[in-house]
Design a protein around this ligand. Structure first.
Ligand code: HSE
Length: 309
């Protein structure tokens, strides 16, 4: 085997009540990558289409993640990476995680899978560290493992895969303005009053319980963010209107996807998801701000090898 072509999915992190710990893998949005063995040792990024990201390995999230991986395995050949970047950097749907995950999963595959998927997470986190200075795994974990994940710990890595309720769909609106995660983290308070924190983790616990119970009513009550959203929503045009219209159309919770500017809604069934999607479009069409929307199933298996050659 000399090469692989793969799909590396977009993800919604935080899900309002799980800052830096909850994440959900999307089916319909993601990057494509081709990774081939090269005679020369090292990592080489030879093609990038779709979005502008650096070719320089040490400045590219896929580059630094792959370098960390080969440094630990030291194969006597190298790898060329081609990236078809469909997820815009700074969009809030795990653009850097998709690139980092795709790179390490592809290389691991070409090396005969010496690492289990979960064991690749620390390498992919090198990309997150480069992208925003923080090694949170809430996008990387669902991108690698699929489904809905809870990051119990990153040192050591401990990820819990959570159940996916029947008929759960995700709706995303991506206003085409860039919000860098590093900037969106700077607006957050460094400490939180205990009362606010206890409300927050009560909702996180209830959300996890709702997944096990397949209980949409409890899920709806739990997707609440009393800590991060009040700060970050100010960076997203029409955030309150999006939230209101999602709620008016039977959303099972609406909030900021990752660090924004994308906004997500969960929905029980495709019909409701499409109605929410149309209502999001109506709100944004009036702003003149370019945007994209997506309706997606939950991707149960994460990054996918499409072909090996
Ligand atoms: N949990 C991260 C944040 C996700 O909200 O800052 C963005 O990468």
């Amino acid at each position: 085997m000399n090469g692989v072509r793969l799909f590396s999915p977009a993800t919604i992190s935080n899900l309002s009540c799980g800052f830096d710990v909850l994440g959900l893998c999307l089916e319909t949005i993601g990057d494509y990558m081709e990774i081939t063995k090269s005679k020369k040792k090292g990592i080489y990024i030879t093609s990038i289409i779709g979005e502008k990201v650096p070719y320089e390995v040490k400045k590219n999230v896929a580059g630094v993640s792959s370098e960390a991986l080969i440094d630990s395995l030291n194969p006597d050949f190298g790898f060329e990476i081609k990236i078809d970047k469909k997820i815009k950097p700074g969009s809030g749907i795990g653009s850097s995680a998709a690139s980092s995950v795709g790179a390490v999963v592809g290389i691991n595959h070409l090396l005969g899978n010496p690492f289990k998927p979960e064991e690749l997470i620390p390498y992919a986190l090198e990309g997150e560290k480069l992208a925003c200075g923080s090694e949170h795994a809430d996008n990387v974990a669902p991108a690698i493992l699929g489904g809905i994940t809870l990051v119990r710990s990153t040192k050591p890595i401990d990820i819990i895969k959570l159940p996916i309720p029947k008929n759960l769909k995700a709706v995303i609106i991506h206003p085409k303005i860039e919000i860098k995660t590093a900037d969106a983290r700077k607006v957050l308070d460094k400490s939180i009053p205990l009362e606010k924190a206890s409300q927050y983790w009560a909702n996180l616990g209830a959300f996890v319980s709702s997944l096990y119970e397949n209980n949409y009513e409890l899920m709806k009550k739990s997707i609440v963010d009393n800590i991060i959203e009040p700060k970050r929503s100010q960076l997203i045009p029409m955030f309150d209107s999006l939230k209101q219209i999602a709620n008016d159309n039977d959303s099972i919770g609406c909030g900021i996807s990752g660090s924004g500017p994308s906004v997500f809604s969960l929905a029980n069934g495709l019909k409701t998801a499409k109605i929410i999607n149309n209502s999001f479009k109506k709100i944004y069409e009036e702003t003149g701000i370019p945007f994209e929307t997506y309706v997606s199933d939950i991707n149960k298996s994460g990054v996918k090898i499409l072909s090996a050659f």
